[in-house]
Ligand binder design. Structure first.
Ligand SMILES: C[S@@+](CC[C@H](N)C(=O)[O-])C[C@H]1O[C@@H](n2cnc3c(N)ncnc32)[C@H](O)[C@@H]1O
Length: 334
């Protein structure tokens, strides 16, 4: 059995392939190769025929002598330059999702929504031809964009993929048998609305991972997972990736970075009838509390540590007596 798109990912450039050109200023241009076609800029043009049949990683000059490096885009390059309906999951988060949700070859995965198909492609890569990705998307126009993006990348409709148009809550029970899904990935505004159908679909021990953009969504979905009673205690995190500038002696972090993409939260399905083990934690305000209930915004509700009266008295005594000694474990920028 051949891996989908493997022949599109090796060998010389072929007609109809999407390739990426890097100009001398580092700007990227994506073109689809066609016999007899030309790539024009304000400084000359180059013939696609000079690239068709050339090996991946070739350089070509245009009519003005400007040199371009031609490479077949990696999945991460492709996702960042492909046409979008909805905002995409960035490659750094897609990598986290595949690894932290343990999406394995042959897995049965449910995904909603599909959006532009960026995450779907990483999931399909991870499950392979013998796995299954059941994706759900409310908007038919977004699903069309996603399917066209994936088809252009894999070279054909991926055999492990099915896309259902409609709301996950209504469609999921129609598409999968209860307790048969290994992994569920939700990238949508209100994942907490889907927890009942997700809990029914997941096999015991199966992983649910949600990608949300704001802290308020994160809090709401975490509380809903706990209230559902069918899941383990959730874990949440975000990942920050900072590129580095590498030039001569100027080896340092880049000045610009994507400061925020989204938060990830995972939990696992308990066996049917099992309730989550009691967990000792400080009392905290549930998400349901009204924001104008002043008491809800107490330090306890916000998870802040309250120093003991004794400690405060000791610190006060030390400070007012001018006997302050500070230990700094790491130097901080001034
Ligand atoms: C941010 S986009 C997903 C982007 C996608 N993960 C990607 O990487 O390209 C969120 C999508 O979820 C869809 N959606 C929201 N709630 C849904 C639901 N309950 N069922 C199915 N799709 C839903 C929206 O229509 C939207 O297209």
């Amino acid at each position: 059995m051949t891996a989908i798109g493997a022949d599109l990912r090796r060998g010389p450039f072929g007609e109809g392939e999407r390739i990426q050109l890097t100009d001398p200023k580092g700007r990227l241009h994506t073109i689809t190769l066609g016999a007899g076609k030309q790539f024009h800029t304000h400084r000359g043009y180059l013939a696609h025929d000079d690239l068709i049949g050339a090996p991946d990683g070739s350089t070509v000059k245009n009519t003005a002598g400007v040199e371009y490096l031609a490479l077949r885009p990696l999945l991460s390059d492709y996702v960042m330059s492909m046409p979008r309906g909805a905002a995409v999951v960035y490659p750094k988060d897609a990598g986290q999702i595949v690894t932290m949700a343990d999406v394995f070859p042959g897995a049965v995965v449910v995904e909603a929504g599909v959006g532009s198909g960026a995450l779907s492609m990483s999931l399909l890569r991870a499950v392979g031809e013998e796995g299954r990705v059941h994706s759900f998307e409310r908007r038919a126009d977004f699903a069309d964009i996603a399917m066209a993006n994936a088809r252009a990348f894999f070279g054909l409709d991926h055999p492990a993929w099915s896309v259902t148009i409609g709301d996950l809550v209504e469609e999921l029970p129609e598409v999968v048998e209860p307790g048969t899904v290994d992994r569920v990935v939700l990238d949508m505004l209100a994942p907490w609305e889907c927890l009942d159908v997700v809990a029914d679909a997941l096999a015991p021990g199966g992983v649910l991972i949600c990608y949300v953009a704001t802290a308020t969504q994160l809090s709401k979905v975490a509380e809903a997972m706990r209230d559902k009673g069918a899941f383990t205690e959730p874990n949440a995190w975000e990942s920050l990736v900072r590129g580095w500038h590498l030039e001569g002696l100027a080896v340092r972090p880049q000045h610009r970075m994507h400061g925020h993409t989204g938060f990830l939260i995972t939990t696992r399905r308990l066996a049917p009838g099992v309730t989550p083990p009691l967990r000792k934690r400080r009392p905290g305000g549930g998400y349901d509390v009204e924001v104008d209930e002043v008491e809800a915004w107490s330090p306890e509700a916000l998870g802040e540590r309250i120093p003991s009266e004794k400690r405060v008295r000791r610190v006060r005594k030390t400070v007012t007596a001018g006997r302050v000694t500070t230990t700094v474990t790491e130097s901080s920028p001034s």
